[in-house]
Design a protein around this ligand. Structure first.
Ligand SMILES: Nc1nc2c(c(=O)[nH]1)N[C@H]1C(S)=C(S)[C@@H](COP(=O)(O)OP(=O)(O)OC[C@H]3O[C@@H](n4cnc5c(=O)[nH]c(N)nc54)[C@H](O)[C@@H]3O)O[C@H]1N2
Ligand SMILES: Nc1nc2c(c(=O)[nH]1)N[C@H]1C(S)=C(S)[C@@H](COP(=O)(O)OP(=O)(O)OC[C@H]3O[C@@H](n4cnc5c(=O)[nH]c(N)nc54)[C@H](O)[C@@H]3O)O[C@H]1N2
Ligand code: SF4
Ligand SMILES: [Mo]
Length: 688
């Protein structure tokens, strides 16, 4: 049999595993281990194993679609482009907004950013990092001067004390979970804090269960105990940081005594004591965190508290240590690096910085200039502007995002998107968001193109084309280039292939400046910053100094604040939401993957047995869950894994969509919504 093997990088999570795609008769038919990847050494999780299954789904979009009289009709590319160009040209710059995508390559995110700012001259570009690690990007930049994961994945195995908080690593980053096991086998202590007893909790030496939304209190309490025992790293604090006294003033308050923290969080005092002792006396220690920390109205506060703890312990700039913010999507790190954010160009060069603005305007050479040097709207703010300030935003171009399932308060999102005059959605499937579009453009998927993506550990790796796209679908970068040309900017988008785009990125982005496709084409690829073509890349950040101009890390005094919405008589429980091993976000890919879908065919709400008993609810019974935003019917899962008073829902399933319920209250700095805590009630469904 004639089989071809094409090595590529996994299109799901930010771990950045590699595998081979098996190609038969020009079609992808399977995956096979690629053993030389230093990230996953030939292992993959179930999503990687079945990453071929959605590729040739009969549901793939194959032709452009134009909505006529409320129905989609097939169109030629020229018809679709002509309509889009006519509409796009009719709007003022800031009436247009673009959403880039953590699912597509660096090259494509860069082009979308250039399209929004250069062709449309709009300030408004963002993507799903807003819903994800926006708190990290802002919080770590304030503490360390750089908003990225500080250490590398392999390095976690070197740690002597691994503290995982608000990350269900074994389900959401399984091949990073493997490094926690390796650390454990090397004698490390593993501490885990999460409102749910998850797959990750099973691996922990100490598991602390607590009420969602109490992280700052817990972290402050741990810091107080560490300082009381003299376990802080005095030399590190003295030489490498500033504002320690300000931190001390807050964390040493009686409010954060272990007794008080125990009352707020529900964690027994002896467990907090044990955690503080291990953290304080077992070095080096690594912290791993993800959405449990970031998705709050106090997301930035949470992140800064994590940074405070690691600076206090001197756990930065060395192997086995670090603040490891586990980035979610395959290329969310890259989409941020490429400037698909409303405040920065590539490499976090600020839009409002005149020199940076001039640099990009000059490099791109648009004869009629680019967007103003002003910050644009975040995706969550775009939705609010659409509903609250009609007529300000009129047109959106969404590439590879599905906000109708993934954004908070879906009824609000529907209202927002329906109030647009013109919406273009570019996806690989007809999603709930695409249903609302005026024009839908069919894109190629990861297996159908070359390009680069940047994993959570800042490792820039190659995708390699294994088959042709279905029907008339095109690669995202080609679509953007063709549209730009039709808009009159062919000269600014002259690329023949993705490598040429990458070379332009390297020219304007200091942290990618030393990278070329040739250098990336090896199993270990390169970690940014990689400033020159002879630079080996940087697996560990902040070794000698932090990225602030004075080189110092900054402690922040943070007080605990409760979530925006807390339980009351009407909505007596805390609802938290998240993911499961077998599914991916809005399900567009995993629910079209026969194996993954058959493992877990629908959603549920987790309820503690005591709460279920009080509500008269039995396991697997359909119940009605309601918040101030809406109501859904969903099967109950009665389980001791969830704490009394708290309920959990995965958000992958359209038929019981958690985001009908969630609160779109935002962190004031990061503008991330509070997916991880709102107030809910659950009732038995009584037949009318
Ligand atoms: N299988 C799978 N893997 C994925 C994804 C997926 O959809 N499916 N998505 C990817 C993406 S984009 C991301 S961002 C990552 C996310 O990865 P994770 O952050 O690990 O995933 P979540 O399930 O959102 O949340 C993690 C944990 O936070 C806990 N939690 C809830 N409330 C709180 C709280 O108040 N404080 C704390 N400390 N914890 C709390 C939840 O119980 C949950 O176990 O996963 C990536 N990997
Ligand atoms: N309640 C709740 N809601 C959440 C979260 C939570 O924890 N709780 N987490 C949030 C987080 S962290 C995230 S990252 C977001 C994710 O939110 P989204 O990014 O909206 O979710 P995805 O399902 O990953 O959507 C990606 C879209 O890209 C499409 N796609 C895939 N590959 C390609 C491609 O190559 N080209 C194009 N053009 N399209 C492609 C897919 O079909 C899909 O429609 O969800 C957020 N929403
Ligand atoms: S851990 Fe993440 S990158 Fe690795 S195979 Fe699984 S989904 Fe893909
Ligand atoms: Mo995410």
């Amino acid at each position: 049999m004639d089989l071809k093997y094409v090595q590529t990088t996994c299109p799901y999570c930010g771990t950045g595993c590699s595998f081979n795609l098996v190609v038969k008769d020009g079609k992808v038919v399977g995956t096979q281990p690629y053993k030389r990847s230093p990230v996953n050494e030939g292992k993959v999780c179930p999503k990687g194993t079945y990453a071929h299954e959605f590729v040739n789904s009969p549901d793939r979009l194959t032709k452009p679609l134009i909505k006529k009289d409320g129905k989609f009709v097939e169109a030629t590319w020229d018809e679709a482009y002509d309509l889009i160009v006519q509409k796009f040209k009719s709007y003022k710059p800031d009436e247009f907004a673009a959403l880039a995508s953590a699912r597509v390559s660096n090259e494509e995110n860069y082009l979308m950013m250039k399209f929004a700012r250069g062709v449309m001259k709009s300030r408004h570009i963002d993507h799903c990092a807003r819903l994800c690690h926006a708190s990290t990007v802002a919080g770590l930049a304030a503490s360390f001067g750089s908003g990225a994961m500080t250490n590398s994945i392999g390095d976690i195995a070197e740690s002597k004390c691994v503290f995982v908080i608000g990350s269900n690593t074994f389900e959401q980053h399984p091949l990073i979970g493997r490094k926690i096991v390796q650390a454990k086998m090397n004698g490390a202590k593993v501490i885990y804090a999460d409102p749910r007893y998850t797959a990750t909790a099973r691996q922990a030496d100490l598991y602390m269960q607590f009420v969602s939304g109490t992280d700052v209190a817990i972290l402050n309490g741990l810091m107080q105990e560490i300082i009381k025992n003299g376990w802080e790293d005095k030399e590190f604090i003295e030489k490498r940081t500033k504002d320690f006294e300000k931190l001390k003033e807050v964390v040493m308050k009686e409010d954060y005594s272990l007794e008080n923290v125990s009352k707020i969080s529900g964690i027994p005092v002896d467990q907090l004591k044990q955690a503080a002792e291990w953290l304080g006396t077992t070095k080096p220690g690594a912290i791993l965190y993800s959405m449990g920390i970031t998705q709050h109205t106090v997301g930035v506060d949470n992140v800064r508290s994590v940074a405070n703890l690691q600076m206090l312990l001197g756990n930065l700039g060395k192997p086995g240590a670090g603040v490891n913010a586990l980035r979610g999507q395959n290329n969310v790190q890259g989409a941020c690096d490429m400037g698909a954010l409303p405040v920065v160009f590539t490499g976090y060069q600020k839009v409002i910085d005149e020199a940076a603005h001039k640099k990009f305007a000059d490099a791109w050479g648009f004869p009629d200039g680019i967007c103003e040097p002003k910050n644009g709207y975040e995706v969550t703010v775009m939705m609010d502007v659409l509903t609250d300030n009609p007529g300000e935003l009129k047109c959106m171009y969404i590439m590879g995002e599905n906000p109708m399932i993934s954004d908070p308060d879906i009824n609000h999102v529907r209202h927002a998107l329906e109030s647009l005059e013109f919406l273009v959605v570019q996806d690989i499937f007809m999603t709930e968001t695409a249903e609302l579009a005026d024009v839908v453009l069919p894109a190629a998927c990861y297996a159908e193109r070359d390009g680069t993506q940047t994993s959570t550990e800042r490792r820039v790796q190659l995708w390699r084309k294994a088959q042709n796209p279905p029907g008339e679908a095109k690669e995202d970068w080609q679509i953007i280039c063709e549209l730009a040309a039709k808009m009159g900017y062919a000269a600014q988008f002259p690329y023949q292939n993705v490598e040429e785009i990458f070379n332009e990125i390297a020219k304007v982005t200091p942290s990618y400046a030393g990278m070329t496709y040739e250098r990336l084409n090896r199993p270990e690829a390169l970690h940014w910053p990689c400033p020159t073509t002879d630079h080996p890349g940087t697996p560990i950040l902040h070794r000698e100094r932090f990225a602030h101009p004075d080189g110092l890390g900054v402690f922040a005094p943070i007080e605990w604040k409760p979530p925006a919405e807390v339980p009351d008589a009407e909505y007596p429980f805390v609802l938290t939401t998240g993911r499961i091993l077998w599914h991916w976000h809005t399900g567009s890919m995993t629910r079209r993957s026969a194996t993954l879908d058959s493992e877990v065919p629908t959603g549920w709400i987790e309820i503690n047995p005591e709460d279920a008993k009080a509500l008269g609810i039995k396991d697997k019974e359909m119940v009605r869950a309601s918040t101030r935003r809406g109501s859904i019917d969903v099967p109950a899962k009665v389980t001791k894994d969830i704490m009394k008073g708290v309920m959990f829902m995965p958000f992958h399933f359209v038929e019981c969509a958690a985001n009908v319920l969630t609160n779109n209250a935002l962190d004031p700095i990061a503008k991330i919504p509070e997916f991880k805590a709102c107030a809910v009630k659950v009732e038995k469904i009584t037949e009318a």
